[in-house]
Write a protein that binds this ligand. Structure first.
Ligand SMILES: Cc1cc2nc3c(=O)[nH]c(=O)nc-3n(C[C@H](O)[C@H](O)[C@H](O)COP(=O)(O)OP(=O)(O)OC[C@H]3O[C@@H](n4cnc5c(N)ncnc54)[C@H](O)[C@@H]3O)c2cc1C
Length: 532
């Protein structure tokens, strides 16, 4: 029988990229670092450095892996048949969620009301999002519940805010939302769950919700039909709130998302009866920003992993990163990622400045649509840069890929987001004016951007004469790339801005990633994407 000779070179492990971890996600991300300082969050640089380091530690990597292996389990009843509705979660889940709460990623702007707080929180959200996408869902919902309560139910805000904003993971509280029902999610007017007034300020809720993420939340904002119409209620977790089963999902599998039945559960009105959508939309505005931040994280992580791998893996006698076809793919991924980061951070600044309201309203919808829509294709291409290794769980890329479509679905699926942009343009024209003014701050900086903006204006002038909904996605795309190009022209090194304008506006690029035109300075783009 042949024995394996251990010194035989045929058995040596060669030409494999070393692990990327431990890594500081912030220190390596020049686009994010610059955007944090530029958009008013320079006081958060040290915090971002700490979060970037913690998120890129070996410990965080291992906890992130464990929560994907040890999935949540719902226990509806105890051994004696009594309802308990408890979700069993792996200790790693708690490690990851506690890490976010202790760093105030769920509450920073509400606790520290200083200029730039939303920008700082946005950077921290993106950085901690590297540990696990699922864990960011309750972080986002809790953060977003506070402004909704403050605006529509100050007395409930006073009661709940101390716990919702606490950085003590054990004694604090997390908030969820329950809107979607079997018969309709986007169209919440189709909700059937009923709310009957009890006469003492409370309501009794009966009905169901088809998706309700993170059942362990202490309370949920719920839409239900009251006598005067669809209304928003604060429902604490407790008897009558019964979780039926957990969804078997494509991605964010670490996050329990449940189907729920309401059996006479008590809730308190948030805002006025019949004004449930305006009440909960204040929450959704913030979770939509987080979808954008989450998608930008996906693009950045994919770029980082792809460039790292290509620097350490050789084929046909040279490192992949030196092979021209691969340089094109990597540079293309990198410019898309930088465009997403600068846009996400600019939109986050809109939440810090009351005067930026009209821009914020439109820009959140436009960029939520576009960056979330970009994420799955970007993740697929990043994965392919690792070849077969990218298809294997150990690399982390399959997880990135499975999670990537989600941000585009929840908080307004693609079409719903695009239609929301149309609605905002018609109902709040000041938003479009502010948006185009922001894009035009780069006027004269790149001729392709100038021509693109002219085309966008012409299109907008004619769009509402024709079938606007049929063309909604295309119009939102045009608006999105205009803002991204404008930000890159003004703030990023010229190789990045030039490549973006050429490929995305100038008609010189192709359709798949890796089709940047000749003359692009891929070397400069890659040095920036992952500094040596
Ligand atoms: C992992 C996960 C977690 C979730 N967690 C929660 C949660 O915690 N709470 C909660 O309330 N919901 C939650 N949801 C539900 C989510 O918000 C909805 O799935 C989403 O809003 C879409 O609603 P729907 O599934 O009913 O699809 P539908 O509304 O039926 O939409 C189906 C498709 O039709 C499109 N569409 C809808 N209307 C139009 C139109 N007028 N014109 C053109 N196209 C249209 C949509 O864009 C979509 O592509 C979660 C979903 C997922 C996947």
């Amino acid at each position: 029988m042949a024995t394996i000779e251990l010194t035989d070179p045929a058995h040596e492990v060669r030409n494999q990229a070393p692990p990327l971890h431990p890594v500081n996600f912030f220190d390596l991300d020049l686009a994010l670092r610059e955007a944090l300082a530029r958009e008013g969050g320079d006081w958060g640089l040290e915090r971002a450095h700490e979060v970037g380091s913690a998120a890129g530690s070996e410990a965080a990597l291992e906890h992130g892996r464990r929560v994907e292996r040890n999935l949540p389990i719902l226990h509806t009843h105890d051994r004696y048949g009594k309802r308990i509705d408890e979700v069993e979660l792996d200790p790693s889940w708690h490690w990851l969620l506690r890490g976010a709460v202790e760093r105030q990623i769920h509450s920073l702007p509400w606790r520290e009301q200083r200029p730039g707080a939303h920008v700082v929180r946005a950077a921290l959200f993106m950085l901690w999002g590297n540990v696990n996408a699922g864990v960011m869902c309750p972080v986002s919902m809790t953060h977003a519940a506070v402004p909704a309560l403050r605006a529509a139910a100050p007395e409930l805000a006073a009661e709940w805010e101390p716990r919702l904003t606490s950085s003590d993971y054990e004694s604090g509280a997390l908030a969820g939302m329950a809107m979607t029902e079997r018969q309709g999610g986007s169209d919440v007017r189709a909700n059937l769950t009923r709310a009957e007034p009890l006469g003492d300020g409370r309501y009794e809720l009966n009905g169901h919700k088809w998706f309700c993420s993170y059942p362990p939340c202490a309370m949920f904002l719920v839409l239900a039909q009251a006598p005067a119409g669809l209304s928003c209620f604060l429902v604490p977790r407790g008897p009558g709130l019964e979780f039926q089963r957990l969804k078997d999902k494509l991605g964010t599998r670490s996050l329990p998302s449940a189907e729920v039945e309401f059996h006479g559960v008590h809730g308190r009105l948030v805002g006025e009866e019949g004004r449930g959508v305006p009440a909960i939309i204040r929450m959704v505005n913030h979770t939509r920003l987080d979808c954008l931040l989450g998608a930008a994280t996906t693009l950045r992580r994919g770029t980082l992993e792809a460039v790292h791998h290509a620097r350490h893996r050789s084929a046909f006698g040279a490192p992949l990163v030196e092979q021209p076809a691969m340089r094109n793919v990597l540079a293309d991924l990198a410019i898309e990622s930088e465009a997403a980061t600068v846009a996400a951070m600019r939109v986050a600044r809109g939440y810090d400045d009351a005067e930026d309201g009209p821009f914020r309203r439109l820009a959140t919808a436009v960029m939520k649509y576009w960056v979330c829509k970009s994420a799955p294709a970007h993740a697929a291409e990043a994965l392919e840069c690792l070849g077969g290794n990218g298809f294997v769980e150990d690399s982390g890329l399959p997880l990135l890929y499975r999670d990537a479509p989600l941000n585009s679905i929840w908080e307004g699926s693609g079409n719903v987001s695009a239609l929301d942009v149309l609605r905002a343009i018609v109902k709040e024209p000041a938003g479009l004016t502010a948006y185009l003014a922001e894009c035009e701050l780069a006027a004269g900086g790149d001729r392709r951007l100038d021509s693109h903006l002219e085309r966008v204006r012409a299109r907008l002038a004619g769009a509402f004469d024709q079938d606007a909904q049929f063309q909604a996605r295309h119009m939102v795309e045009e608006l999105a790339v205009a803002l991204q190009a404008s930000l890159l022209v003004r703030h990023s090194p010229s190789p990045v801005a030039d490549a973006y304008c050429a490929a995305r506006l100038g008609g010189e690029g192709g359709r798949a990633y890796g089709t940047l035109p000749a003359g692009v300075d891929a070397g400069a783009i890659l040095d920036r994407a992952l500094p040596a």
